[in-house]
Design a protein. Structure first.
Length: 374
């Protein structure tokens, strides 16, 4: 666990719940004091009286937030920090609520005299008492008197809320869509592709990017260029766990979201459309920064005994998925690797004094040459 945005949210939630526990305990002790009980007895009776409620509140919080720590995947790695921090802090708060806080209350109320009242405190207490009795008290009396109507309204509002979600009026989105200022095009070609071919693809990407810039430029404030900087990296592609001249990444710095009059989705879609399909390119992915955990939107895993069959199935599935509107950048991680020739010795070769090492050294010398001894 580290200090980050999610753990800080957990601490903020815990702070609110800690305040609730302290207020409940302190107010109940104050109610016992108002009845004329001794301070020490008021503290003991007040704490014991609400003990079950405070523990029930803690248990409810654990039941609500605890399951988040068992969520799998990238989203689970992000969210599990919140319940861990929240439950840890609340567990410590139980010790504070039942041991430390009562001790402080008993100590501070040793010389409590109800006949001596502070005017400043009395002014605010009278105002709060008025609100509690006239506004809150009357409302509670009304709802209790019409309890069946109140219960029916609550249940009705609950079902209306469910219908809003089921009907699509209330969207469920874990993280908001925020426009960034970076766009990247990641190129993946087959193993063994020469650098010259990769450079041709990158040159075409830069050319189509300039067309996108000219398309959006007239709509920007002061007709500014949409593209600020272009960075090209050969041999790198974070989506492919390999290296070589068949990889390339083109990173584009755009006009900041506050200044430009174009959504990043529109820019990426225009670039993708102008680029079109490129022969012999295994994957061309146009990526944009996102809020929240990274990773693919949909990840399908295939398993089997034959790599050839898996490759055919993956290819057919990719073609099928691309038929759906809105599906793009479909890619598989099955890489055939570089061409390889396997050489085995015939039977009886070892009797002639030949070994696999001898053959390997001869092949290496034939391919790379050999330095004669001086």
């Amino acid at each position: 666990i580290s200090i980050n945005m999610i753990s800080m949210v957990g601490l903020l939630l815990a702070t609110g719940l800690l305040m609730d526990d302290a207020i409940v305990l302190s107010e109940n002790v104050a109610s016992h004091l108002a009845r004329g009980e001794k301070p020490f007895k008021s503290v003991i009776e007040g704490v014991l009286e609400v003990k079950a409620g405070v523990i029930a509140s803690f248990t409810t919080t654990v039941c609500v937030f605890g399951p988040l720590s068992f969520v799998k995947g990238d989203i689970g790695n992000v969210l599990k920090v919140m319940p861990l921090v929240l439950i840890l802090v609340l567990s410590i708060s139980l010790i504070e609520a039942f041991l430390i806080l009562p001790h402080h209350l008993a100590h501070s109320l040793r010389h409590y005299d109800p006949s001596k009242k502070n005017r400043f405190r009395g002014f605010f207490e009278s105002k709060i008492e008025t609100v509690r009795e006239k506004a809150l008290g009357r409302s509670v009396d009304f709802f209790v008197s019409w309890r069946y109507l109140t219960a029916g309204l609550v249940i009705g509002v609950f079902f209306v809320t469910l219908s809003l979600v089921a009907g699509g009026l209330v969207k469920i989105r874990a993280f908001p869509d925020l426009d960034g200022d970076l766009v990247a095009a990641r190129v993946l070609l087959p193993q063994g592709t020469p650098l010259s071919r990769t450079e041709e693809i990158v040159e075409r990407l830069v050319k189509t990017l300039d067309e996108v810039n000219q398309e959006f430029k007239p709509h920007q404030p002061g007709k500014q260029d949409l593209v600020r900087n272009v960075n090209i990296q050969f041999g790198q592609n974070i989506d492919a766990y390999e290296q070589g001249p068949h990889l390339a990444t083109v990173t584009v710095d755009l006009l900041t979201a506050e200044k430009r009059n174009a959504r990043i989705d529109d820019i990426v879609n225009s670039w993708r459309e102008k680029m079109g399909r490129v022969p012999d390119v295994l994957n061309l992915k146009f990526a944009e920064p996102m809020i929240g955990p990274g990773g693919r939107a949909i990840d399908i895993q295939l398993s089997g005994e034959s790599l050839e069959d898996l490759g055919d199935i993956a290819h057919e599935m990719a073609e099928w998925l691309e038929e759906f509107p809105g599906v793009y950048d479909v890619n598989d991680d099955l890489r055939p690797g570089k061409p390889e020739i396997l050489v085995t010795l015939r039977e009886g070769a070892t009797s002639l004094g030949l070994s696999a090492m001898d053959i390997a050294m001869q092949l290496r010398a034939a391919l790379y040459g050999r330095t004669a001894n001086e």
